[in-house]
Design a protein around this ligand. Structure first.
Ligand code: GLU
Length: 486
């Protein structure tokens, strides 16, 4: 096979949707699967300026960087086929449109917005599909000259053959075929000199020597226009594959109604890139019915185009959580601590590196998302908790009994200011509970709430160790003071 060159061609219209990034991922995997000669190219399709958002490019770059989808050519890194932003390639599209006009494969259309609107309204009233009626296709040379003299705004439209069929072999769906009479005379170049997607994508995929075109299923209706353009230019059509849609659990297209949809949102919600990478790779692709866990290296090795599925893929949040928990447990503690740091910063908790490092093994087994660590460990960093006396007292005790539990706990801890032997301390605390005639659950509840402010927490002895002797004793004393007044 000659060199594989796959492009990801997003429009900068907002934070990229997981479906788009899945498309990028498949392109990346296919390019990298073929070895160092395989290139993954980032091209920004920014020709629809009305849909653009201000930091659109940055959001795309950030999403790809989060997943480590490093591009070999692109707007920031350059490459031999640049520029990689379509808005910087306008003369190229204009020249190609002029070529099509000269060949008779396209024509200038001078119809005003009002006329087109009226035409569409009539078509709608007659129950006909909305399609350009070809009025400007048959203009005489004199009529054209008159429009030009008058300086009328014009667009360039594709002159779609009136009969016959157009076929595209799709490596996921098999042959896609449509009757040409169903195909609109697509606008290729707008009156402001910007191309539409259809012209720009074909010109660029050809000039950038793209070897495989992968894009979402929702582009299937555009294939005849693209095929006709390739033919008109006399270019070979690279293999095309339309990737399955990503649906929510209700089988409707994944959208904000289903929760987070942008990769950056998942990042901010505490998902690891390793988990996202694995998860997205399985959205519409599977090696077999056994293997679920794949590292980046595994995927690069085994990825194959013929394993892409054509049925829509369902976004399974529970599976993503499971994968995320799995990858969190695989991280070395130092690494987990580093990954947790920004979440504590965002919560404005001053979590020092040593404490986070000590915290990591304590939370590692119980996290599905990195964000959860903040709620579990915030007691370590903030001010002393404001106690709810009911929580301190807990089930089956009264204030005096809870006070007695804390007094006994404090007496035990006082003997171990270095908090060195946790097992020994815990055994002594149990003995103290027994001595007071309290259940372990009751006794430890009082201590847990005094130390953490919560009834559910990380393992108690570990929490005490991380909080440190002084703060622990201070909190127990504060809780005792509160109970004493009850
Ligand atoms: N700019 C198009 C999009 O954002 C790209 C489609 C394609 O990959 O050809 O969906």
């Amino acid at each position: 096979m000659s060199n594989v060159r796959v492009r990801f061609a997003p429009s900068p219209t907002g934070a990229p949707h997981v479906g788009n990034i899945r498309t990028a991922l498949f392109g990346y995997l296919w390019a990298k699967h073929t070895g160092p000669s395989g290139k993954f190219i980032l091209r920004i399709e920014d020709t629809d300026q009305a849909r653009e958002v201000e930091n659109g490019l940055e959001l795309i770059l950030e999403s790809l960087r989060f997943l480590g989808l490093t591009w070999d050519e692109g707007p920031d890194v350059g490459g031999a086929y640049g520029p990689y932003e379509q808005s910087k390639r306008l003369p190229l599209y204009q020249a190609h449109a002029a070529q099509l006009i000269a060949q008779g494969d396209a024509y200038h259309c001078y119809c005003t917005a009002e006329r087109l609107e009226q035409m569409r309204a009539e078509q709608k009233a007659q129950g006909k599909p909305s399609r350009y009626d070809g009025a400007c296709r048959q203009l005489s040379a004199d009529e054209r000259a008159a429009h030009e003299r008058a300086g009328d705004a014009r667009v360039v439209r594709l002159a779609v053959p009136r009969d016959g069929v157009t076929t595209l072999p799709d490596f996921i769906h098999g042959d896609l075929t449509i009757a040409n009479k169903e195909v609109d005379d697509q606008v290729l170049l707008k009156s402001d000199g910007f191309p539409t997607y259809h012209l720009a994508v074909v010109v660029d995929d050809h000039l950038m020597q793209i070897s495989h075109v992968m894009r979402g299923d929702d582009w299937i209706p555009s294939f005849p226009k693209h095929v006709l353009l390739y033919r008109a230019f006399g270019w070979d059509i690279p293999p095309h594959g339309h990737l399955p849609n990503v649906l929510g659990p209700d089988k409707k297209k994944l959208s904000k109604r289903h929760g987070a949809t942008s990769v950056l949102q998942f990042r901010d919600d505490g998902y690891l890139p390793e988990a996202m990478f694995n998860f997205l790779a399985r959205l519409g692709w599977s090696l077999d019915d056994k293997n679920e866990l794949f590292t980046r290296e595994d995927l690069i090795q085994v990825f194959a185009l013929d394993k892409i599925e054509h049925a829509p893929a369902t976004f399974d949040h529970a599976k993503l959580d499971w994968l995320n928990g799995y990858y969190i447990r695989q991280l070395p503690a130092d690494e987990l601590a580093a990954r947790l740091t920004p979440f504590f910063e965002r919560a404005q908790l001053r979590a020092d590196a040593a404490t986070l490092r000590a915290l990591a093994p304590l939370v590692q087994e119980r996290l599905k998302k990195l964000t959860e660590a903040v709620a579990q460990a915030d007691f370590l960093f903030g001010a002393d908790p404001e106690y709810d006396p009911q929580l301190l007292i807990g089930k089956g005790l009264d204030a005096a009994a809870a006070l007695a539990a804390l007094r006994a706990a404090a007496a035990t801890l006082e003997k171990y200011p270095a908090l060195a032997d946790e097992e020994k301390i815990e055994a002594e605390l149990r003995a103290a509970a027994l001595n007071l005639g309290q259940k372990n659950a009751q006794f430890f509840n009082a201590l847990r709430v005094a130390v953490t402010g919560k009834t559910v927490s990380l393992p108690l002895m570990g929490s005490i160790r991380l909080l440190g002797y002084e703060k622990t004793m201070r909190r127990i004393a504060r809780a005792m003071l509160l109970l004493d007044g009850k």
